[in-house]
Unconditional design. Structure first.
Length: 248
């Protein structure tokens, strides 16, 4: 397809040595992004390393506004551009993400996220975003079966590497899967199927770094940890995209 022939250049170097700091992760307000230089912003630092690592361009998206953001993601541009129906927006794409969990167990969460929009039923506003046939969510569901590469990745990450799988929705309950009693891919598939048609839903595969551990880390160590987490979920991300765009 056309996107596979698109020439990708190395990421331009950051102007100076990256200078992300631990205090930019504020559990009261969010991830600090405003009033910073490019070499201090975690968005640009992570993107630079991802482009260098995989030879692919990445789109940065976020939830939040102003100085502090709550959730940030990095999307393989070629995967979005390859979608015949949904290349105009990023919702249909698997993505690397980070967020700050500001509940009682405060932690930085990083990993893989896949979304599902509302299912169109009959007539509705034409500008509504609804799940289309080319969304990565459909490949996720197909992969949630015994003997698939996705099952092998989930089993390794959830039972050995300390990751958590999470399924949730805007009008449904939430389910988590981790450890040796994670329940298998059939349980995750059932949880995905419970997301109502009129709700948004999501699947996340993530690793948590608790606040106390973050306090003992430098900014460069936090960045390195996030990149290591992204490396761990790369195998799962490759099998749900249009093509395996990432280097294993």
């Amino acid at each position: 397809m056309a996107t596979s022939r698109r020439k990708v250049f190395s990421a331009p170097p950051l102007p100076v040595v990256p200078a992300f700091k631990r205090e930019f992760l504020d559990f009261e307000r969010g991830i600090r992004m405003g009033n910073l230089e490019p070499h201090e912003r975690i968005t640009q630092i992570i993107k630079y390393h991802l482009v260098e690592r995989h030879g692919q361009d990445f789109i940065i998206d976020k939830w939040g506004r102003g100085v502090y953001w709550q959730w940030i993601c990095w999307i393989v541009r070629a995967n979005r551009e390859a979608k015949p129906l949904s290349s105009g927006y990023s919702f249909g794409c698997a993505k690397f993400f980070i967020s700050l969990e500001r509940d009682d167990e405060r932690a930085l969460t990083a990993g893989l996220q896949i979304e599902r929009a509302r299912v169109r039923r009959g007539r509705g506003p034409v500008d509504d975003v609804c799940v289309a046939d080319d969304w990565d969510y459909h490949r996720l569901l197909k992969g949630l079966r015994k003997g698939t590469p996705l099952e092998a990745e989930l089993r390794r990450l959830l039972t050995v590497e300390g990751f958590t799988a999470h399924v949730g929705g805007t009008h449904s309950g939430e389910s988590t899967f981790r450890g040796r009693r994670w329940g298998g891919v059939a349980a995750i598939r059932r949880a995905c199927r419970t997301i109502p048609d009129d709700a948004w839903g999501w699947f996340q595969l993530y690793y948590r770094i608790p606040e106390k551990e973050l306090d003992a880390m430098s900014g460069s160590e936090i960045v390195a940890a996030i990149l290591a987490i992204f490396d761990e979920v790369t195998g799962a991300m490759n099998v749900v995209m249009q093509q395996p765009y990432l280097k294993p």
